[in-house]
Design a protein around this ligand. Structure first.
Ligand code: HEM
Length: 540
């Protein structure tokens, strides 16, 4: 039977919903409870639910695979739904681009910035902000006199500072100043308004009244937000004009060098990129903190693993990648609290989704929240249990859906894992943490308007392991490459101990180095000037 017809024969509630469904759909989004409402519908009506006149939601892993995977001779491509992928900009870039060929070349343009080499070169930036963050936590915690720090707020500072730096070599300076940058605040406070252009696409009536619904201040905020992004992109382009070697400095370098994107596209891309990379990572870190504080035995097991690895400065991306429990905690956080919790809408080309034929032109999606809390897919889906990922060989792939899959899957997955591992490991290495007050149903109180808008999460932290003085700290907070920092370190005139040099070289290679590897690095790479010091002396 035609699936749309089949769905129309459901209960009265579903029928009513389907009649007034567009209004209902807008209400669901604006209520901030989209993920739970859709998940409840699945629980009541099964694995396929009609959520708009021409739109179906599925809550199974098979459906996710069918909708998003790379097309093959057996499966056609499901393209992005134009009514949803619209942010009000005059251009559609990368995330919003619908045409597969156009999208593919834009993705290739960015791919260089996401290579393993590029990530290795930028790892020191992640450490720089995480180290600052760890120090700032101590100050904020002390200043709170036991009331705790709002983790939901400060994780946003961290995520956005890192992402702005790796996107266009410019920080928001939020962690350092201990205050939210207005760009971040506007984004969070305007989350409601940001959904309106997409909703108006599907509701002509809403389009007509939209100008009257949006307050004057919301419009002014949007203008201010755009102007700041534009100014930052302008500065970044100028930087590369003056110094072409900046082509490899960040994600935007290769894009600017290609000269293929016009001005409006560059600004739109910058805006979307920072949000995509920062918001997601911040929420994962907040979610992880929540689950860890709620489960002290899990926190303890994680701390034992991380603290057993070595000193604070040895918590590098490569070393952390091998920590099974850390990875399991992150996987489980992404399952319980997926940063992109709703379904990413695609248009059916006329193909099957989890055994149902869906006619061409019908919009389909498989929401992460609904799948991840589906009891037929996961045993005990509401329990935070990292151990489920530790069974022989881990939970079979592709269960971890948070980054999506196929040609439109997350391009920054490697960068995201790197940031989350480093930040979480350095925080739990340094601090013992607990809730500063009863948080009741924090997950239930947290809202989602495309992005999560978390309820405050007050956490008290006490230093357990004092980080060894980091060279980032010693040589200031200006972003400098490991090479520059090593040079300035050696220029101080004293022969450094191997232990002091180690973090810098780890930075440079992004790998734990034995003394021999360090020796050959210094000797053969010939990257550094040693003033009068001999390599042997350096290695004493
Ligand atoms: C926990 C962290 C993250 C999660 C869960 C996540 C998830 C996702 C998902 C589900 C998509 C697909 C969106 C769609 O189909 O409309 C996506 C796309 C994308 N993400 Fe991420 N992301 C994360 C972090 C990052 C980071 C750190 C970066 C950049 C450094 C990044 C860059 C991108 C880009 C460029 C795309 C667009 C890919 C394309 O359209 O070809 N993401 N992400």
């Amino acid at each position: 039977m035609d699936l749309i017809k089949e769905m129309s024969m459901m209960s009265t509630t579903a029928l009513l919903a389907s009649l007034s469904i567009t209004v209902w759909f807008a209400w669901v989004w604006l209520s901030g409870r989209y993920p739970t409402i859709i998940q409840n519908l699945h629980q009541k009506y099964g694995k396929v639910v009609r959520i708009a006149p021409n739109e179906l939601s599925f809550n199974t892993i098979q459906a996710h695979r069918d909708i998003y995977s790379t097309p093959s001779h057996k499966r056609k491509l499901f393209i992005k739904d134009p009514t949803f992928y619209y942010n009000g900009d005059s251009v559609r870039v990368l995330f919003y681009e619908l045409d597969p060929t156009e999208h593919a070349w834009q993705r290739r343009l960015l791919a260089a910035g996401f290579s393993a080499k590029a990530m290795r070169n930028q790892e020191y930036l992640v450490h720089r902000y995480v180290d600052l963050f760890v120090q700032k936590m101590r100050k904020l915690s002390a200043a709170s006199h036991g009331a705790g720090v709002n983790i939901a707020e400060v994780m946003l500072w961290l995520g956005f500072d890192i992402m702005a730096e790796i996107t266009f070599s410019e920080s928001f300076g939020a962690v350092e100043s201990g205050k939210p940058h207005f760009w971040i605040s506007l984004l969070r406070d305007g989350a409601h308004a940001a959904m309106l252009p997409a909703l108006a696409q599907r509701m002509p009536l809403l389009r007509a009244v939209l100008p009257y619904l949006i307050s004057r201040s919301a419009i002014e905020n949007r203008v201010k937000h755009y102007a700041y992004t534009e100014e930052t992109v302008r500065k970044r382009v100028r930087l590369q004009d003056e110094d072409p070697s900046k082509e490899t400095a960040d994600l935007f370098g290769p894009v600017i060098a290609s000269g293929k994107l016009d001005w409006a596209s560059l600004v739109s891309l910058a805006q979307a990129m920072v949000i995509a990379g920062a918001d997601t990572v911040s929420h994962t870190l907040t979610g992880a903190t929540y689950f860890l504080c709620a489960a002290p035995t899990v926190l303890k097991a994680l701390q034992d693993e991380v603290r057993g690895l070595g000193t604070y400065d040895e918590l590098t991306g490569d070393r952390l990648a091998s920590l099974r429990y850390l990875n399991a905690v992150i996987e489980e956080t992404l399952r319980m609290f997926p940063p992109i919790a709703f379904g990413l809408p695609r248009v059916s080309p006329g193909d099957c989704v989890d055994g149902h034929f869906v006619p061409a032109g019908v919009t389909v999606s498989a929401p992460h929240w609904a799948i991840n809390h589906n009891g037929t897919e996961w045993e005990d889906p509401w329990t935070f249990r990292p151990e489920r990922w530790l069974v022989e060989g881990g939970v079979s792939q592709p269960r971890s859906l948070a980054f999506s899959t196929g040609p439109r899957a997350c391009l920054g997955i490697g960068q995201a894992w790197l940031e989350i591992r480093i930040a979480l490991a350095k925080i739990v290495y340094t601090y013992d943490m607990e809730f500063a007050r009863d948080h009741g149903d924090w997950l239930g109180d947290t809202k989602m308007y495309m992005m999560w808008k978390e309820a405050p999460l007050m956490v008290r932290s006490a230093v357990q392991q004092v980080p060894t003085t980091s060279l980032y700290e010693t040589y200031g907070t200006t972003a400098r490459s490991p090479e520059t920092k090593l040079k300035s370190y050696l220029a101080e005139g004293e022969v450094p101990q191997l232990s002091a040099l180690r973090p810098l070289v780890l930075d440079f290679w992004n790998a734990p180095c034995s003394s021999a590897a360090l020796y050959f690095t210094l000797l053969f790479e010939n990257k550094f000037k040693f003033n009068d010091h001999k390599v042997d002396q350096v290695l004493q």
